[in-house]
Design a protein around this ligand. Structure first.
Ligand SMILES: NC(=O)c1ccc[n+]([C@@H]2O[C@H](COP(=O)([O-])OP(=O)(O)OC[C@H]3O[C@@H](n4cnc5c(N)ncnc54)[C@H](OP(=O)(O)O)[C@@H]3O)[C@@H](O)[C@H]2O)c1
Length: 318
């Protein structure tokens, strides 16, 4: 996707938490030829795009199939993505989808540019953006895997309200401090939340480690932006905390800090990693803490970075 000019870009879900950040990142990066789409409810609204205002168009199958968009960033529910993406592909548009709709389909690349960017070029019209916790987790695991192999991963997440969209942010803003609490607002499948299953399945797919033992426990905390993750990793070869720190300090997209917090991460592009130490529970284990802006690297920024891996021409499908 060429910057500053030629690419004709659509942002579907432009009024939402991720769509709003997608527009602001596209404007920051100098893209100009951008259209905003949402549901019929927003069709008379405008959204901010840099110094301009863009009219919001209704995202109908006909409009998306018209053939006048090169790249479309979709941040809408999985069910609406399933409905709209095939029409956009028919119109020759490359779809970069942030929902869970296509992530585990074998022929659809699931891409974190720092980990498996090459896979983006194998797309057949749609590229999936991983879950907002999986992206930073794989950015931190990849340099450790390359150096020492990964034998097992355990992760506990502390996820912000914005991970559940604009309405969840408004509900949190309306609460009094004494009413704040943890939440577990994902679909429960009997043993674990779908969010926990996504972290396992997506990490395995991105890292191409199909039987990696990995287990997650997810909790939503009363924080507006920034997902945190406590991670315990067992490596195949011994790796000291100092060596892990050195690897993480050089890893693309990662910034090593003392003790990352959501306030530090919100509004920034890096995956913050800190508190890197030997796991005192034993084995060849390390423990560390990750925090990332879930709306930027956890969603919108990762999607734009994927688009920037693609050749400038239209119809870039392999
Ligand atoms: N929030 C995160 O941190 C995060 C991270 C990674 C991935 N994701 C995924 O990204 C997607 C969007 O999440 P979000 O947090 O941005 O949600 P959100 O704030 O609730 O926004 C949803 C967007 O979808 C639009 N929409 C609803 N129905 C539509 C329709 N029929 N046609 C076209 N657009 C429609 C809404 O437009 P109206 O204003 O017109 O209703 C709104 O712009 C979800 O699949 C989510 O799982 C979110």
């Amino acid at each position: 996707m060429t910057r500053n000019g030629d690419s004709r870009i659509g942002v579907v879900g432009a009024t939402g938490a991720v769509g709003t950040v997608t527009l602001s990142l596209l404007a920051e990066r100098g893209y100009e030829n951008v259209r905003a789409f949402a549901s019929a409810r927003s069709a008379d609204c405008e959204v901010t795009f840099g110094r301009r205002r863009l009219p919001v168009e209704e995202a109908t199958p006909e409009v998306l199939a018209a053939g006048d968009l090169d790249v479309c960033f979709l941040s809408i529910s999985a069910s609406i993505s399933r409905e709209l993406v095939p029409h956009a592909i028919n119109g020759g548009t490359v779809c970069i989808d942030k929902s869970a709709a296509f992530r585990l389909e074998p022929e659809v690349p699931l891409v974190v540019p720092e980990v498996n960017g090459d896979r983006a070029l194998e797309h057949d019209g749609v590229i999936a953006v991983p879950n907002c916790c999986t992206i930073p987790l794989t950015c931190a695991l990849e340099p450790l895997r390359k150096a020492a192999g990964i034998a097992r991963v355990r992760v506990a997440t502390y996820q912000s309200a914005s991970g559940a969209g604009t309405q969840a942010m408004e509900r949190l803003r309306a609460k009094r401090p004494e009413d704040l609490d943890l939440a577990m607002d994902w679909d429960f499948g009997g043993e674990e939340f779908d969010e926990e299953t996504k972290i396992r399945d997506e990490t395995r797919k991105i890292m191409e480690l199909p039987s990696l033992p990995i287990s997650a426990t997810c909790v939503r905390v009363p924080v507006l932006v920034g997902h945190a993750e406590a991670v315990w990793v067992e490596t195949e070869q011994p790796l000291s905390a100092e060596a892990a720190r050195d690897l993480l300090a050089q890893a693309p997209g990662v910034r090593l800090v003392e003790a990352p917090t959501p306030a530090q991460a919100a509004g920034t592009d890096d995956v913050l990693v800190g508190r890197v130490r030997i796991d005192r529970a034993g084995g060849d284990g390390l423990s560390f803490f990750i925090v990332c802006d879930n709306l930027r690297k956890g969603a919108a920024l990762n999607a734009i970075q994927i688009a920037e891996l693609l050749p400038a021409s239209r119809a870039v499908a392999a």
